[in-house]
Design a protein around this ligand. Structure first.
Ligand code: HMG
Ligand code: MG
Length: 299
């Protein structure tokens, strides 16, 4: 398979990137981050998460974020909604796209959303029905596709099974999450091949974390297989509060540098993105994990 001609980047820093930060980040900073990402040419931004504030305090201002956005016409601002309660709140804020999030690991599912994988699918079904009724698109996530912090190895067949269920339920796209970043390229390819036997490749996204420094090489491997949607987080911000040891998402700057080098279109301005990565890491006093950003700043 050849590389795709263009890739759609789903920028998850306002949600996945910030959800694990222990110090409160003010809403104005989140809104400025989202605005800067849009200005850099990103067309899909995961802006907030309508989850329980007791579970993820950093996302407690989801309403303020969604209501405070200066929306650009060509940008999709999505939000996580684990259940109907989250969806209804998101709809009140005018959200046009939401995401449900399941897992290929039973233990992770329990720790993250307090129910089994089968129960999670039962909870998602009414979310998809309601979203369909009101014309809202739903994305599906599967976590732990290349390893689980509690169970270790995860069978590709299990990833395929959960992905297929989400797709059959009506998710327009399924994002495959290497939540703890333990994947390596051949493993990533094998997992993807198992899922792509059930779901068309153009309905799949790669959501890789960079805990072991493998995210870029794993992305290269799945790009070769034809994946054309990549989730990433500016400055490599990120981590999951319910996945011990999960460090940042793959850095958006590093992804764009890779895509530019391969001649794959993304429509994203690398310099503006790198500036945004420098700005947010200085603002929240975190190191910038993007090697590309650090190299550009040193020129
Ligand atoms: P639960 O305790 O089983 O839910 O939590 P419940 O229905 O029994 O409700 C308990 C309380 O939560 C009640 O409040 C509800 O009102 C409230 P109380 O009466 O105790 O005051 N509640 C809510 N509040 C706000 N928004 C809601 C909501 N639902 C219930 N939507 C629940 C179940 C799913 C809510 C909980 O487990 C939760 O919020 N989990 C969030 C976990 C999370 O956000 N994890 C990080 C995102 S996933 C991720 O990062 C992975 C990903 O990036 C991909 C990858 O990397 O692999 C996507
Ligand atoms: Mg993630």
């Amino acid at each position: 398979m050849d590389f795709p001609q263009s890739v759609r980047l789903v920028e998850v820093s306002p949600r996945d990137g910030l959800q694990n930060e222990s110090e409160p980040i003010d809403t104005a900073t989140k809104l400025e981050l989202i605005d800067r990402l849009g200005a850099a040419g990103i067309r899909h931004i995961e802006a907030a998460s309508f989850v329980s504030p007791k579970w993820v305090p950093q996302m407690a201002d989801h309403r303020e974020v969604m209501n405070g956005l200066e929306r650009r016409n060509d940008v999709t601002y999505s939000a996580l909604t684990p259940n109907l309660k989250g969806l209804e709140a998101a709809l009140e804020c005018g959200v046009k796209e939401v995401a449900v999030f399941g897992a290929a690991s039973e233990t992770f599912s329990q720790k993250n959303i307090n129910c089994s994988v089968a129960e999670s699918l039962e909870r998602f079904a009414p979310v998809l029905e309601r979203a369909k009724d009101v014309g809202v698109r739903v994305r599906g996530y599967v976590s732990c596709v290349l390893g689980c912090p509690y169970e270790g190895e995860i069978a590709p067949a299990k990833v395929a099974e959960v992905s297929k269920a989400l797709y059959a339920m009506g998710c327009y796209e399924v994002s495959l999450g290497d939540t703890i970043g333990t994947g390596t390229p051949l493993k990533a390819k094998r997992m993807l091949e198992a899922v792509a036997r059930e779901i068309p490749m153009d309905k799949l996204a790669a959501h890789f974390h960079d805990t072991y420094g493998q995210a870029i090489v794993n992305l290269y491997a799945v790009l070769e297989e034809g994946v054309a949607v990549i989730d990433s987080s500016v400055a490599g911000l990120g981590g999951c509060p319910y996945a011990k040891g999960a460090s940042g998402n793959v850095a958006s700057e590093d992804v764009i540098y890779l895509l530019d080098g391969l001649g794959i279109e993304s429509g994203i301005d690398l310099d503006l993105l790198a500036e945004t990565g420098d700005w947010i890491t200085q603002t929240i006093r975190r190191p910038n994990r993007s090697k590309v950003s650090v190299a550009l700043a040193a020129r």
